[in-house]
Write a protein that binds this ligand. Sequence first.
Ligand code: BES
Ligand code: MN
Ligand code: ZN
Length: 507
Amino acid sequence: MSLQILFSTSKSNEIRTAVIPFFNKGELGKGDWPVALGEFVRYALKVNSKYKGGVGEILDLVLPDAPGMDGIERVIVLGLGKADELTALKAEQAGGKLAVHVGASGVSSAALYVEEGAVSPSLKSEELAAALANGFKLRSYKFERYKSKPEDEDAKPSVFEDLQIIYAGADSARDVYAVLDSATEGAYTARDLVNTAPNELYPESYAQFIKDELKPLGVEVEVLDEKKMLKLGMGAIMAVGQGSEKPPRMVIMRWNGKKNDEAPLAFVGKGVTFDTGGISLKPGAGMGDMKMDMGGSAAVVGLMKSLALRKANANVVGVVGLAENMPSSRAYRPGDVITSYSGKTIEVLNTDAEGRLVLADCLTYVQRTYKPKFVINLATLTGAILVALGHEYCGTFANDDSLWAQMDNASTRTGEKVWRMPLDEAWTKMVKSDVADIQNIGKEGRNAGSCTAAAFLQHFIEEDVKWAHMDIAGTAWRKSDQATIPKFGTGYGVRLLNELVSYYYEG
Ligand code: BES
Ligand code: MN
Ligand code: ZN
């Protein structure tokens, strides 16, 4: 059974573990837990003077067999830090820590008590309840499709299944949570896609997945196959995919929440289902990680799912370019000159700089077809962004200050961090070719690799179109657990962009 999160005004009888939030330096509040339980916890807090109740800090106590405990045998004190510094993000982190703790402790259900009334000046208590639940779910994500039998039974005596949030205003907390959960569900889908093995997820199967997943939610899905793309003259995405047995696809997803023909917001994602580097072959070590090279497209698919789940009042179009970059006798080569959908010719100098080629045709397509209000693309585009910013920040290039400011704010609100990177005429020139219109790598080799990649993309942005490029090579995939993100596919971008749409574009 999968995780269930329920909001209720009272604990159901079979639940034997209580979770009580606690503020650093605070008094234990007046939650709806049994009086005897409160007294026991106050006593335990006094004895455990080392316990400070920092964000996510846990004190796990077994209760004495005493009367008046309402069937509760165990109580987990969950730290929330200082009351006046509490934010939704910190509450999510505490929820994530709780998920790890109960998962390791063998508890299969728990009741988390949230006090009514102002628990913190900065966060309403229903928001606190919803954020705790959301962090719990974000961290509870598991991808076990390829395990032929469950993990070691002894190590994991039970799976956590049932979280009850006990809160007097359960109905309002449930409503707040439902909105957060649509973004979390989208992030789950993005994580699943990134974690799926590349023999299973290739352009055709990926396009089919998108149809199966999004059409039932009311998203229109259109798939351009290789014949259609060749006919349209999409020479860039076609070149990247030509070395593979598996032909490329472009998938267009439309969510018309406004029910009118207002210009849509556009999101474009790089979907290289596996990146060997092609003829400019990558070294073998760690190459398996390049199944994550479709992380940008996964974020766009996850975003479309989130918008549809919460029936967003916005017109949005998502476009993903799906191709597999393989070396073969049919593969494109360094030295090839290709003609992109825009008509611009591109000299290929390195077949491993393939993402920008895939994106080029998608960017042209979405601008020509939809005249969007803005275009934001996401791509695991360069190793250089990892050198610059590591895994914590997504390098973001924007040609418009107001769009950047909106993204920056959506980032702060969701905790998906962005750092603005420069666009500059110098790099625009550095991708001009002596042979064709432009070339797919900069003239200075590795220097400013993320910036020359962005400058390449900018050649495909039409005059006056607001545009941002998010290089998620560092943030889409991590090899260590984070407070609310288990390792591997992170789903980065879904929550930030969902927040951008909801905060600024649904009026
Ligand atoms: N998919 C890679 C970028 C990448 C690297 C993503 C590491 C995630 C982790 C991209 O297609 C690529 O190979 N970029 C090259 C560009 C170079 C040839 C100009 C790179 O970064 O080395
Ligand atoms: Mn590459
Ligand atoms: Zn790539």
